[in-house]
Design a protein around this ligand. Structure first.
Ligand code: MG
Length: 162
């Protein structure tokens, strides 16, 4: 079986008056992420990892932020659409590993809910999705609480008849 990996990275600014959604799970937080869609930085990083592994470009090519269809879009829908493209190109998702980098709130309490929600959308067992969290240790835009970043790696298997 031939496997391929892709990486994804994204960051969004934290602002007042926006929802904070990570991996499709909404947090009770004073500030949320600014962006054209719901700005779910974790889902965006995973979407880019999937597209990268399949050689299908990046999230901006598939879902341009100039397109009004994607204003306030649920990023899990974009992730699901990207997965459909990946499958159509002859691949199956094997595993996703991701890291969220943020100062607050803490991800720990929502970690399992995020993993389960993403696994459901991605069509893989929860054991095949791993979500990690770290802080910026007070350094840089994350450390100053100005934004949240996420990184992801996706592993795909190429179907024999793909
Ligand atoms: Mg983004």
């Amino acid at each position: 079986m031939s496997t391929r990996s892709g990486i994804g990275y994204d960051s969004h600014r934290l602002v007042e008056g926006r929802r904070l959604v990570l991996g499709g799970v909404e947090f009770d937080a004073e500030r949320g992420l600014e962006g054209h869609s719901d700005a779910d930085v974790l889902s965006h990083a995973i979407t880019d990892a999937l597209l990268g592994a399949a050689g299908l470009g990046d999230i901006g090519q598939h879902f341009p932020d100039s397109d009004e269809r994607y204003r306030d879009a649920d990023s899990l829908v974009l992730l699901s659409d990207a997965l459909a493209s990946v499958r159509a190109a002859g691949f199956e998702l094997v595993h996703v590993d991701a890291t969220v980098v943020m100062e607050a709130p803490k991800l720990a309490d929502a970690r399992e809910a995020i993993r389960d929600r993403l696994a459901e959308v991605l069509g893989v067992p929860a054991a095949n999705v791993n979500i990690k969290a770290t802080t910026g240790e007070g350094i840089g835009f994350v450390g100053r609480g100005e934004g949240i970043a996420a990184l992801a790696v996706a592993t795909l298997a190429q179907r024999a008849n793909g």
